[in-house]
Design a protein around this ligand. Structure first.
Ligand SMILES: [Zn+2]
Length: 463
C-alpha cells in the first residue's frame, strides 16, 4: 500500500496588507519534508510505502496570490499524478488559507486531487483549530483531525492521530463518513482557550468520543474571524464508520458549542489602548506587558502601528518602557550605520532619538531574518525591525540586544502573551487596538460571511 504525504499551510488575514511571497514559505521537497512532519514512522511501521511530496508553510499573512499558491499546488498535484494509484493521501493544512480568485485554498486543492486519484483513495487531513470549514470538505476528506489545544501545543499529536486513523482504515478496509456542521458563531480568537471551561469540557468530550472505536475523529473548529469569506465560522466535524453516527454526533457537538457562545470572556484586563497605557504607567507591579492585539503579527497584521508608542511618549513614563518590535524597513535602513549613542531624527515619530542598539530579528523557526534597531526616546525605547517579526520570547529581545529585564513596561504585538513570556510578566494588559487583527468583530466590517452570525446578531439556532 502507498500513501502520499504533503503539507501546505498559511493562515490568511483579509485585512493584512502583506501577501506571502514564495520566499516567505518554509519549503522542503522529497524526504526533507520529514524534518517537519512526524508521520513517516507511523506509515512505515504499518508496512505502508510513503511518497513525500512538498512541505510549504508561511507565517499568517494577507491572502495568498494565485501564482504563489499555484507554485506549491502544482508541485503537490504533480506528485499525486505520478502516484495516482495511491491508497491514501495525508495532508497537513492550516484550514484557513484564502486564495485570491479561488477562495479556500484547501478545498480547491482537494477537488483537484480527487479528479486524479481513484474513488477508493482515502484522504486524511490535519487542520489547525482555527480552520474555517467549508461544507464540501467532508465530500473530499474521509479523516479530518484538528488540533485540540489553543494556544496550540498538539500539532505533532494531531498529525499522528490522522496518520494512525488512515493506517487503520487502509488495513481494515474501512471508509469513514465525514459530517461537517457549520455553527453560526464567530468569537474573538483570543478569548478561546482550551485550558479553561467551557472549551475544556467540550474538548474532553471529543476525546471520549474518539475512544469509542466507531468514531475516528471528533472535532471542534473555532473558526478564524479575520477572513472575510463565506466559510468563516465555527464548526464541528465528525468522521465515523457510519454516516448517521457522524451526522448525529456533529450536530450534538454543534448544539453544545452554540450553547456556550456567551461564556467566552477575556481572562485578563482588556481595555482600550489609552487605558492600558495609563494603567501600565500607574501600575506598581515590577513588569507590566501590554499586548497590541489589533496589530498582532502572529495573526497576520503588519506590526507597523505607532499608536501605543505615541500614547506612551505622551505619558512620559518615569520607568523604562519598550515597544517591541515595530516594522519599519526605512527606519532600520536609514540608521543602520549610525553609531550607538548617536543622536538621530526619527521621521516616523517626528522627534529626536538616541541610537541604543543594533541587533537581529528571528523568524518563526528561530532563524535570523533581518536587522533590528533600537531607538531611545527618553525612557521609552522602540525596537524597529526591517521585516515583520514577533517578540514571543526572551530570545527575541536578546537577539535585538535589548535587555528585557531592564524594562518595567513592555509592549508586544501579540494577542495573549505566549507562555514563554509569561514568567517575565507580573501583569498583562490586553489592548483592544484597531488593525488587521482587531478582536472587535463589529469593527472588522466583514461583508462576505454567513448571516446571521453571533455575536453580530443574536438569534435562536439549532443544528
Ligand atoms: Zn490557530
Amino acid at each position: 500500500m502507498k500513501v502520499i504525504v504533503a503539507s501546505f499551510q498559511c493562515e490568511s488575514n483579509s485585512k493584512a496588507k502583506t501577501h506571502p511571497q514564495k520566499y516567505d514559505f518554509e519549503y522542503f521537497r522529497g524526504e526533507d519534508i520529514f524534518k517537519k512532519l512526524v508521520v513517516k514512522d507511523i506509515f512505515e511501521k504499518n508496512g505502508i510505502e510513503v511518497v513525500p511530496a512538498v512541505y510549504a508553510a508561511a507565517l499568517p499573512s494577507g491572502t495568498v496570490e494565485l501564482p504563489v499558491y499555484n507554485y506549491y499546488h502544482d508541485q503537490i498535484l504533480e506528485t499525486v499524478r505520478e502516484n495516482a494509484d495511491a491508497d491514501g493521501i495525508f495532508i497537513y493544512f492550516h484550514g484557513s488559507m484564502e486564495v485570491e480568485e479561488i477562495g479556500s485554498g484547501e478545498l480547491y486543492m482537494l477537488k483537484n486531487i480527487r479528479k486524479i486519484v481513484s474513488g477508493h483513495c482515502l484522504i486524511a487531513l490535519t487542520l489547525d483549530a482555527h480552520a474555517n470549514i467549508t461544507d464540501e470538505l467532508g465530500d473530499f476528506a474521509q479523516i479530518i483531525c484538528g488540533y485540540k489545544t489553543v494556544p496550540h501545543t498538539d500539532q505533532a499529536e494531531s498529525q499522528m492521530r490522522a496518520a494512525r486513523a488512515l493506517c487503520r482504515c487502509l488495513k481494515e478496509g474501512l471508509r469513514p463518513h465525514t459530517y461537517t456542521q457549520r455553527v453560526p458563531m464567530l468569537l474573538k480568537n483570543d478569548t478561546l482557550l482550551t485550558k479553561y471551561e467551557p472549551l475544556k469540557g467540550l474538548i474532553e468530550e471529543t476525546l471520549h468520543l474518539e475512544s469509542r472505536g466507531d468514531i475516528l475523529a471528533a472535532n471542534l473548529f473555532l473558526g478564524h474571524c479575520w477572513i472575510d469569506a463565506p466559510n468563516t465560522s465555527a464548526s464541528t466535524v465528525v468522521c465515523a464508520l457510519d454516516g448517521e453516527t457522524a451526522e448525529k454526533t456533529a450536530k450534538r457537538l454543534a448544539n453544545e458549542l452554540w450553547a456556550t457562545r456567551r461564556d467566552y470572556k477575556f481572562l485578563i484586563e482588556a481595555e482600550e489602548p489609552a487605558e492600558c497605557v495609563k494603567r501600565a504607567v500607574e501600575g506598581r507591579e515590577n513588569r507590566i506587558f501590554i499586548t497590541d492585539s489589533g496589530d498582532n503579527t502572529t495573526a497576520g497584521a503588519e506590526g507597523e502601528s505607532l499608536e501605543i508608542l505615541r500614547l506612551l511618549l505622551a505619558k512620559d513614563p518615569q520607568k523604562p518602557a519598550c515597544v517591541a518590535g515595530i516594522t519599519s524597513r526605512e527606519t532600520v535602513e536609514k540608521f543602520g550605520d549610525a553609531p550607538v549613542g548617536s543622536e538621530v531624527f526619527c521621521d516616523l515619530l517626528g522627534r529626536t532619538a538616541r541610537v541604543k542598539a543594533h541587533g537581529e530579528i528571528l523568524g518563526w523557526t528561530k532563524e535570523i531574518i533581518g536587522r533590528s534597531l533600537t531607538l531611545s526616546f527618553g525612557n521609552v525605547d522602540a525596537i524597529f525591525t526591517e521585516k515583520r517579526s514577533a517578540f514571543i520570547e526572551k530570545g527575541n529581545f536578546d537577539k535585538a540586544n535589548a535587555d528585557l529585564l531592564g524594562y518595567r513596561i513592555v509592549v508586544v504585538k501579540l494577542g495573549y502573551l505566549f507562555e514563554e513570556l509569561k514568567p517575565f510578566a507580573d501583569r498583562e494588559l490586553f489592548a483592544l487596538s484597531d488593525g488587521a487583527s482587531c478582536v472587535e468583530l463589529k469593527k472588522l466590517g466583514l461583508k462576505r460571511i454567513l448571516r446571521p452570525m453571533y455575536p453580530l446578531e443574536d438569534f435562536e439556532w439549532k443544528a
